[in-house]
Structure formats: structure tokens, C-alpha cells
Design a protein around this ligand. Structure first.
Ligand SMILES: [Zn+2]
Length: 220
């Protein structure tokens, strides 16, 4: 529990966490699997970012007050698959938030697989794009193999529109991939993304989809 400054001998009233526009929240990822994170939520201190990603102030300066204070929990619903052969499961992930005492930014600590403002995790999107491009499977088959959704939208009848959308926005989803001019065909773009993601695997197996799912954790 953090000690709060007293002004004029009065104890300040506890304020409810203020609403912060989603676009201004920054995410710091930790190399913890979604499964481990949801089974045992890391403590406030365990996943406190080392510094504020907005202003750079240290979160735990020696001999000084904390720079990032715990700012509550938020529940994120994500569809997550660890890799090939595993259909995505809908999981409620509690992510921790921190408030910077220097610049007032709000920082969110989350497992590596959680993408900003996305329902599907990094590895799940990689798996779907990999099955669609390298696996040469139809969008409808990919959806049936990967997605957890049982209530399908209008576009589901002709496949899975998300695949084309993800292939077009892969540089935003995986910003650490090298920039390149997008190929004309979305499926060709997806194939290139999967090859690049597989090259990021720390322990490559030679299986492109397995390596791409593992590499996707390091691409954002
Ligand atoms: Zn800051």
C-alpha cells in the first residue's frame, strides 16, 4: 500500500480511477503465457514496468517514491490459441494498470500475447494467417479450425473477412517486422508475414506455423 502525502493534516479522499481514453493507454508486455497469467495473476510489483513508456521516468528510483503506482485491474476478453492444433479459447485476462506520477500517463501490463484493442491474440492471428497462406486452406476452414466464435456475422458465409483485414494491417499488428511494400494479394502478404514471424522464433523447430506463432510474441 502506497503512503499518500497529507496536506494541512487532512487525509485526502480516495479518488476513483479516472477514465482514460483507450488511445492514450500504453502497453508493456511481459514474457508470461496467457495460461500462467490467468491461473495466477502476477502481483502489482511483479509486473510493474521498469519505467514509464511515455516520459521515461523510472518506476522504482532508489531512495525515492515510486514513479508508477498501481491503478487497478481491467478485464480483457481475448480469443487465444498457443499454436497449431489448438482452437482459440475465450479467456478473460486481468491486466494491471499503473499511473505515472510524473506525466499522468496510464500504463497497462499484460501477457506477451495480448494485442492492443484486439479480440484475438498475437499467436492466434499468426496461426490463422499461417493456415490461410502457407497451409493453403480456405477462409471458411481456417475459421472453423481457429475461431472460438459460434455466432457468425454476415461475412462468415463467404469465409472469414478478418483474414484479409489482418493481412492488410500486419505492420500495425506486428510493428517490429521489417517494413515492406504490401503485395497486391492479401494472401501473398500473409505468406510473407508468416515467414518473417517464423524467423523471430527463439527456438526454431523448422515447422513454419509453430515458429510463426512463437515469433509473433516478439513482433509487437
Ligand atoms: Zn510518465
Amino acid at each position: 500500500m502506497q503512503k499518500r502525502w497529507r496536506r494541512g493534516g487532512q487525509t485526502p479522499r480516495r479518488r476513483a480511477p479516472r477514465a482514460v481514453p483507450r488511445s492514450s493507454i500504453r502497453i508493456v508486455h511481459f514474457p508470461i503465457s496467457v495460461k500462467s497469467w490467468t491461473e495466477k495473476l502476477p502481483s502489482v510489483s511483479a509486473v510493474r514496468p521498469a519505467h514509464c513508456p511515455a516520459c521515461g521516468v523510472a518506476s522504482r528510483p532508489v531512495g525515492l517514491a515510486l514513479g508508477l503506482h498501481g491503478h487497478g485491474l481491467r478485464s480483457r476478453l481475448i480469443e487465444h490459441s498457443e499454436g497449431p492444433g489448438e482452437r482459440a479459447q475465450l479467456r478473460a485476462v486481468l491486466v494491471r494498470r499503473y499511473a505515472c506520477q510524473h506525466c499522468t500517463s496510464v500504463v497497462m501490463s499484460a501477457p506477451q500475447a495480448v494485442l492492443r484493442a484486439m479480440r484475438y491474440s498475437a499467436s492466434t492471428i499468426a496461426l490463422a494467417l499461417g493456415l490461410w497462406s502457407h497451409g493453403r486452406q480456405s477462409a471458411r476452414v481456417v475459421r472453423a479450425a481457429v475461431s472460438n466464435a459460434r455466432v457468425l456475422g454476415a461475412t462468415a458465409a463467404c469465409g472469414w473477412a478478418s483474414l484479409q483485414r489482418w493481412s492488410r494491417s500486419c505492420q500495425r499488428l506486428y510493428p517490429k517486422l521489417p517494413a515492406w511494400p504490401p503485395p497486391a494479394a492479401p494472401r501473398a502478404a500473409a505468406e510473407r508475414v508468416i515467414s518473417a514471424l517464423s524467423a523471430l522464433a527463439v527456438w526454431p523447430t523448422g515447422a513454419v506455423l509453430v515458429d510463426a506463432c512463437e515469433g509473433s510474441m516478439r513482433a509487437h
